[in-house]
Design a protein around this ligand. Structure first.
Ligand code: NAD
Length: 269
C-alpha cells in the first residue's frame, strides 16, 4: 500500500494474536517494525522471525529492520523508555499501533478496585501514554504520523460481566476522536479499528471448543469469527497513504455484529 515502505511502526502487545498479525503485515508492506512485548520474549521473537521471513514479499532489497522492545504498557517509565529506544534505533517513529489489551470476567458488583484499575491501566491509560510520548516526538520534530488504536465492538456495545473492558474501549473511541481533532492540522491522523469476535489467544475459552464457538458464531451475521489477518489488513490500510483523508474514525470489522442482528428477521407480521 502507498506510503508504508521505509516507515517505522511500533506495535504494542505484539507477541500474539492481532498484534502479531499487524507486525507481519506491516513488515510485508516494507515498514520497519518495533515489536513490543511484556513478558514473553520467545513469543515476540517468533513474531519477529515470521515477519522477517515474509517481509517485503513484493519488493526486493527493501531493507526492513526489526526490534524487540520489552515494556509493560501499564507502567509510564516503561513506555517512555520504549518510545525513546525505538526512536534511537530507527531515527523516527511514524506509526503507533496501540494493540495491547486485557480483559477480566466478573459481575460488576464484585469487581475489585485493583482488577478494575489493571484493565484500565493497560487498555486505556497505556494507549494514551504511548500516544502522548509519540506525539511529543512528532510535535517537537514538526512531523506528521499515524496512530491506530485497537478498540473493540464493545466501544459501542455494552458488555455485561466485563465492565472495565467495556469502559476501556468506550474511552478508546473518545481518545481516538479527541487526539484526531487536536492534531489534525499537523498532519497527524488518529483512527481505530473495532474487531468483533476474532480467533486469538484472548478468546481461547471459546475458540478451542467447537460447541462454544458455534454459539458465538451464531450471533454473527456473517456466520464466522474474524481472523487476525483481516484486522491487520485494515490497520495497514489506515496506516497507509490510501487513508490520507481519514481521521477520527473507528472502523468496525465484525462480520456485521454491530448491525443489530436481532433485526435479521421481522419480529412480527
Ligand atoms: P491477545 O491476548 O493475543 O493479545 C493481547 C496482547 O497484549 C498480548 O500479546 C499480551 O501479552 C499483550 N499485553 C497484555 N498486557 C500488556 C501490557 N501490560 N503491556 C504490554 N503488552 C501487554 O489477544 P488479541 O485478541 O490479539 O488482542 C489484541 C487487541 O485486540 C486487544 O486490545 C483486544 O482488546 C482487542 N480485541 C480483540 C478481540 C478478539 O475477539 N480477539 C475483539 C475486539 C478487540
Amino acid at each position: 500500500m502507498r506510503g508504508l515502505q521505509g516507515k517505522t511502526a511500533l506495535i504494542t502487545g505484539a507477541s500474539s494474536g492481532i498484534g502479531q498479525a499487524i507486525v507481519i503485515r506491516l513488515a510485508q508492506e516494507g515498514c520497519n517494525v518495533a515489536i513490543n512485548y511484556r513478558s514473553n520474549p520467545e513469543a515476540a521473537q517468533e513474531t519477529e522471525e515470521q515477519a522477517m521471513q515474509t517481509a517485503c514479499n513484493q519488493v526486493e532489497n527493501c531493507g526492513v529492520q526489526s526490534l524487540l522492545v520489552q515494556a509493560d504498557v501499564s507502567q509510564e517509565a516503561d513506555i517512555i523508555r520504549m518510545v525513546e529506544t525505538v526512536i534511537e534505533k530507527f531515527g523516527s517513529l511514524d506509526i503507533l499501533v496501540n494493540n495491547a489489551g486485557i480483559q477480566t470476567e466478573k459481575a460488576s458488583h464484585a469487581v475489585e478496585t485493583q482488577e478494575f484499575d489493571r484493565v484500565l491501566s493497560v487498555n486505556l491509560r497505556g494507549a494514551y501514554l504511548c500516544a502522548r510520548e509519540t506525539l511529543k516526538h512528532w510535535v517537537e520534530q514538526k512531523r506528521s504520523g499515524v496512530i491506530i488504536n485497537i478498540s473493540s465492538v464493545h466501544e459501542i456495545i455494552p458488555r455485561p460481566m466485563y465492565v472495565s473492558y467495556s469502559i476501556s474501549k468506550g474511552g478508546m473511541g473518545n481518545l481516538t476522536k479527541t487526539l484526531a481533532l487536536e492534531y489534525a492540522a499537523q498532519g497527524i491522523r488518529v483512527n481505530a479499528i473495532a474487531p468483533g469476535a476474532t480467533v486469538t489467544p484472548i478468546n481461547d475459552a471459546w475458540t478451542e471448543d467447537a460447541e462454544k464457538r458455534a454459539v458465538v458464531e451464531s450471533h454473527i451475521p456473517m456466520g464466522r469469527a474474524g481472523t487476525s489477518e483481516e484486522m491487520a489488513a485494515a490497520v495497514a490500510f489506515l496506516a497507509s497513504d490510501e487513508a490520507a483523508y481519514i481521521t477520527g474514525q473507528t472502523l468496525f470489522i465484525d462480520g456485521g455484529l454491530t448491525l443489530y442482528a436481532d433485526f435479521r428477521e421481522a419480529w412480527s407480521a
